[in-house]
Design a protein around this ligand. Structure first.
Ligand code: GCW
Length: 681
């Protein structure tokens, strides 16, 4: 509840959210940088009529206390007493929160737990619907996943590849401008607060494509990075930098970046030490190496283990980690070569290296084997690395899912990935497997924010950022539960529209899927920009992204028997299921198989008719959403209403274009008419 930067959308932390604490007498027993933030939060929330004390005198209505700073439990009563008992055995991020309606207590082992407990209290009050009553509850919460990270793809200057934020659809970077860190850092603090409120505990602040100018963040830019790290530290978030593997070369310090060269080893050790001096709790590095033209260990005949362990060795003395990305594939493929399959690449490169990485290396694996398409199977590499720390990477920014012009709430997609049955025979979900793997495993995601007044370009895209954090904390939450919270917090004055807003979000991913590339085949997008349809846009390209449509059928044969063998990268039960037409799920049919247009889906419908029907239906649903939104005029704040209205109008146009291009394309290829005789151009 610290004052927000004026004119900036407070997202899910608007002033109404802290109303429950106004005028209250609160007590905070803890110490440290996060406690200082929490104190500011509380002071702003209670306002001039309330107080924030540091002990238990005067019967505070809310107590937030580190367990070890409280007197002996037997001397305590009420919620504090119950919370102390419940907090027994919690880790540093967990909390116990007990409220009896009149008073409440949050007890934790560490100060981060108190901060998370505080935001939980605000959420509970908002979702309970009575903004100024303390909730009645008795909960113990701990994050399911240890690593809950956000990756910024922010360039240090706008002249870099793809603008100031790569794949950013919400304005420019809030971190960098004209090659330097922005001077006014209030927006960064607001962002830190938003992230902490949903449990994010790590952030990398610059693009994984590290252009030469950005390499200077390790040198002249370091004091500014240290200042940003200080801001994040106050919210329990550790700061990471993306680094260029060839940094010693780029900076002109050494003639090589060979990971096995002693001078390179010493160079990185020196860098890590300097950073540590400025940022004692520095998180570490994120590295995109030998991927899409970025330098890496292959340039010296070395492998990923050599590369990752080099940086890990430099950071290890200071407790830092290396996030080594596994998005490695041949981006100069010959489309004539049917044996190379981009989907196989990550597993082919990394699976055999399991167990050889240093303890502070974390492999960062994209959630699907391709690249954040609207529908992909889970990455088999995420399942395979059982002896290596792993984070699964999601993309909040909607690169391939409508670019925050189209409404596409991705929570159902992420939830499906995290709930994936790892063995295919019951047992661990992917989320459980990650939790079990190590205390350096979890999830990360590419942010969708920029310096737009509403952060995300599309007001409703805020839910994706909110929801990613909530799912990372608790993957068992359903998209509906998360959206219930998000709507209650974001639109506190529109209780009558609650269900409408939740439903709008919930259905939007499947609507988007309907009018874009069908049945998991992906990639029918405009090359490079990735917005709007281009059915053959990537068909003869070097990027390895094909649908192979001809007059008889379409899809990619990734079976072991007759195709690229990708299906065989899965654990046996899944490999079997994907291998065969009879068991392959419809929504992934064209990802795994090339089939004739008249092949029948499990629904009984033919593939071609399914394409026609879903495209017509998807575009129709967008019109319905637009009309519904139009009818809400005056019932939500004008700024939000106008923003979403304008985006939905554009989405209607985009969906129409997708529908007509995709349907026309397949009619022309197949010559098979639409059973319902609708116009195909
Ligand atoms: O999806 C692709 C994007 C690139 C991005 C790359 C990656 C940061 O088109 O813009 O580069 O993925 O994940 O590295």
């Amino acid at each position: 509840a610290r004052p927000l930067t004026p004119t900036i959308d407070p997202c899910w932390l608007g002033p109404a959210v802290t109303a429950v604490l106004r005028g209250r007498h609160v007590s905070l027993l803890a110490a440290g940088p996060v406690t200082d933030t929490l104190r500011q939060e509380l002071e702003a929330a209670v306002g001039p009529a309330g107080t924030v004390g540091g002990d238990l005198t005067g019967e505070p209505v809310l107590v937030l206390a580190r367990r070890d700073l409280l007197p002996d439990a037997t001397t305590l009563t009420g919620p504090v007493r119950r919370a102390v008992d419940a907090a027994h055995g919690l880790g540093g991020e967990g909390f116990a929160l007990v409220g009896d309606g009149r008073s409440a207590a949050i007890v934790a082992t560490g100060e981060r737990g108190l901060l998370y407990g505080y935001f939980h209290l605000l959420r509970s009050a908002a979702t309970a619907g009575s903004a100024d009553a303390l909730p009645t509850l008795d909960v113990v919460r701990e994050p399911a996943l240890a690593i809950r990270m956000i990756n910024q793809w922010d360039n240090t200057s706008a002249g870099d590849h793809l603008g100031s934020v790569e794949r950013g659809y919400a304005g420019d970077s809030i971190f960098f401008r004209d090659g330097r860190m922005v001077a006014d850092r209030r927006r960064i603090a607001d962002y830190a607060r938003l992230l902490a409120s949903v449990g994010i505990n790590a952030v990398s602040i610059n693009n994984v494509n590290v252009h030469p100018a950005a390499v200077r963040l390790l040198t002249d830019g370091l004091p500014d990075v240290a200042d940003v790290a200080r801001i994040f530290r106050g919210f329990g978030i550790s700061t990471y930098l993306s680094v260029n593997f060839a940094s010693p070369l780029v900076l002109g310090d050494l003639p090589t970046a060979d990971p096995c060269d002693a001078s390179v080893v010493a160079w990185w050790a020196g860098v890590a030490e300097r950073i540590h001096r400025e940022i004692p709790d520095f998180g570490g590095f994120v590295v995109k190496a030998n991927s899409e033209g970025q330098p890496g260990p292959f340039d010296y005949g070395r492998d990923h283990v050599d590369g990752a362990n080099l940086l890990a060795g430099a950071l290890a003395p200071f407790g830092g980690r290396v996030f080594w990305r596994c998005f490695v594939y041949d981006h100069r493929q010959d489309w004539r070569d049917r044996s190379t399959d981009r989907a196989r690449a990550a597993h082919d490169h990394f699976a055999a290296l399991d167990g050889r990485f240093a303890d502070n290396v974390v492999l960062q694996v994209k959630c699907g084997p391709m690249d954040f398409q609207v529908r992909e199977p889970v990455s088999p590499l995420a399942l395979a690395m059982t002896r290596t720390n792993t984070v699964v990477e999601f993309q909040i920014t909607q690169e391939y899912t409508g670019q925050q012009i189209d409404l596409c709430c991705l929570l159902p997609q992420w939830q499906e990935f995290l709930a994936f049955d790892v063995s295919g025979e019951g047992g661990d979900t992917l989320a459980c497997a990650l939790a079990r793997r190590s205390a350096s495993s979890g999830v990360c995601a590419v942010s969708n924010i920029g310096d737009d007044a509403n952060w995300t370009g599309h007001k409703l895209a805020q839910a994706n950022l909110y929801g990613f954090g909530r799912l990372a904390w608790d993957p068992a939450l359903s998209p509906r539960e998360i959206l219930d919270e998000w709507v209650a917090l974001t639109f506190p004055d529109a209780a009558d529209l609650h269900e409408t807003l939740v439903e709008l979000q919930l259905g939007s991913w499947s609507t988007y899927e309907m009018y874009t590339a069908p049945l998991g085949v992906g990639w029918m997008v405009t090359p490079h920009t990735h917005y709007g349809p281009a059915v053959d846009g990537y068909e003869y390209s070097k990027w390895g992204t094909y649908h192979f449509a001809d007059r008889d059928g379409l899809g990619v044969d990734r079976s072991v028997a007759t195709g690229t063998g990708f299906a065989g990268q899965y654990p046996t039960a899944w490999a079997q299921r994907y291998e065969h037409l009879e068991t392959c799920p419809d929504e992934l049919l064209l990802f795994f198989h090339h089939v004739p247009y008249l092949h029948r889906l499990h629904t009984g419908e033919t593939v071609i008719q399914h394409i026609y029907d879903t495209h017509v239906e998807g575009a129709r649903r967008v019109v319905t959403m637009r009309d519904l939104w139009r009818s809400l005029e005056g019932r939500l704040d004008d700024v939000s209403w106008t923003n979403v209205m304008e985006r939905l109008e554009r989405q209607v146009g985009s969906a129409r274009e997708w529908r007509d291009q995709v349907n026309t394309y397949f009619f022309r290829k197949s010559g098979i008419p639409d059973r319902h005789g609708r116009v195909i151009h």
